[in-house]
Design a protein around this ligand. Structure first.
Ligand SMILES: [Zn+2]
Length: 500
């Protein structure tokens, strides 16, 4: 309950800070915010007394009871990380003032228990050794928390931006990475933004939840905000609850089959590219709409064209939900090859139907280019596959040559099909199954630019089951038992392809 109230208070309080930052910029009130160079308050009896009194009320007159970050600010005060300003009899914190880089460096070093060094190891051209924070800045730079600017300057009196704050906090406290399927919590921080990884670390470690869906990375951070974030980083008791309720369920893993795959902000080739994935990367898939898969990879979230993902279910049948085109060659006025009283178009339709049955029994969605003795053109066959967002294309044929030629061969295309290598892998599996199960001569897999396999973009193969012109092969091709073995073998090959 307490955390909820605090989170709400934070959202409410953080709204006006941007306007305040601009006001502070105009007034240039930076010089007066050098309280962090003061002696720790508990070293003097007066401060100790004021703290004892304050513990039942408020330490700072301008951070009263009920102030959104009161507990965090006083937590830092108790640990001598902040001191405030003595104003007459009152101690002020000036919570809405901006914070300088020098002040942040000192606070961070104190927060991790460091003492002020006696020497300056890292020199910046604009931080003379006489600067009140010179030793703290040197120490923070030594630890790699601040790097300064390319020209050797540090800009100690510049105000700290919220983006910079996220970096130095993430580095100082070695904040853990977000969960693997974490989403980008902020609409105004793209995954390509330089501080994106730091900002998401802050969010997923319960240190900052921004305001609404915004983080406002280019705004300056105020003293109360930085104090709240620092206290949260230091102590679990202040961490915010992290919501990942709208994360979604991972329905499948997807292995990238393209050399480079664009991740887009929405499911359209017109949408902006928010990231890129390299070949072999395995992503989480949350949903698939048409050709577009909603995915995440580390901090990256977006949409990719599913033709370049090998989809692998996380549970159940490997074929459940897969969309597979089964193309029985020829048909209608085109009988295909004829021999020994048999027609290719009849054999392949029979095997295709059996294959369809097996694939559907395993949960796949099967797209048939023909289900009877008709002749779709080659172009139509490819279009049928594409219109149905098919993920594999399996074309079934029968060979013919001299009577002595026999055996099975499976074709794939690398000339045009962008999934040529995947096609090759699928061809190998199917070929091996048919050769073994139907005891066929192995004529191997071959790279050949047949129309239907080169004009598809998904893994596509063309299987020549056997030779109608060979007496041994034709017996199998026309046998119901062997047609079943051919279908079963293609099915097994597809399953093996998805399993690897
Ligand atoms: Zn054919």
């Amino acid at each position: 309950m307490r955390f909820l109230l605090m989170a709400l208070a934070f959202i409410v309080m953080s709204l006006p800070f941007a306007a305040n930052a601009y006001a502070a910029e105009q007034n240039d009130e930076l010089l007066k915010i050098e309280d962090f160079n003061q002696a720790p308050p508990d070293q003097t009896a007066a401060h100790a007394a004021s703290f004892a009194i304050a513990s039942s009320g408020a330490v700072f007159s301008d951070v009263p009871e009920g102030y959104w970050a009161k507990e965090e600010i006083e937590f830092l005060y108790q640990r001598s990380i902040i001191q405030g300003y003595q104003q007459g009899s009152q101690l002020q914190f000036r919570p809405l003032d901006s914070l300088t880089r020098a002040q942040a460096a000192k606070m961070l070093m104190l927060a991790i228990g460091e003492k002020e060094p006696t020497t300056i190891q890292v020199k910046f051209k604009d931080v003379p050794s006489s600067h009140w924070a010179a030793r703290w800045i040197s120490l923070a730079a030594q630890k790699g928390i601040f790097t300064g600017y390319d020209d050797g300057s540090f800009h100690p009196n510049d105000k700290l931006k919220r983006s910079q704050m996220s970096k130095v906090l993430a580095l100082t406290f070695s904040l853990s990475n977000p969960p693997a399927n974490a989403k980008n919590p902020f609409t105004d921080v793209s995954s390509s933004y330089w501080a994106y990884s730091y900002i998401t670390k802050l969010y997923y470690n319960g240190i900052s939840n921004g305001s609404g869906n915004k983080f406002m990375p280019e705004s300056y951070i105020s003293r109360d905000q930085f104090s709240a974030f620092l206290a949260r980083a230091m102590s679990d008791q202040f961490r915010l609850p992290v919501s990942s309720a709208d994360e979604g369920t991972v329905i499948a893993k997807g292995k990238v089959t393209a050399q480079t795959l664009n991740v887009r902000s929405s499911g359209s080739t017109n949408a902006s590219v928010v990231g890129q994935l390299s070949n072999g990367t395995i992503v989480n898939v949350y949903s698939i709409q048409g050709y577009w898969a909603k995915i995440s990879y580390g901090n990256l979230r977006g949409y990719v064209h599913k033709s370049y993902l090998k989809l692998q279910n996380v549970s159940g049948s490997v074929l459940a939900g897969r969309i597979i085109t089964v193309d029985a060659g020829h048909g209608g006025t085109d009988p295909g090859t004829i021999g020994n009283g048999a027609k290719e178009k009849d054999i392949v339709l029979s095997v295709a139907k059996k294959l369809k049955q097996k694939l559907e029994a395993a949960g796949a969605k099967v797209i048939m280019t023909r289900e009877s003795d008709t002749y779709p053109t080659l172009e139509e066959r490819v279009n049928i596959a594409k219109q149905n967002y098919a993920e594999l294309f399996i074309s079934i044929h029968v060979n013919s040559a001299s009577p002595s030629a026999k055996g099975t061969e499976t074709y794939y295309d690398t000339s045009t099909n962008p999934n040529g290598y995947e096609s090759y892998l699928l061809a190998k599996e199917v070929q091996a199954q048919i050769v073994a199960n139907a005891n066929m001569v192995d004529r191997k897999v071959k790279d050949e630019a047949f129309y239907v396999i080169r004009n598809n973009t998904v893994p596509s193969i063309l299987v020549e089951l056997g030779f109608i012109s060979n007496t041994e092969d034709v017996k199998k091709l026309t046998s119901d038992q062997f047609q079943n073995i051919f279908a079963e073998s293609i099915y097994n090959g597809i399953v093996q392809y998805y399993k690897k």
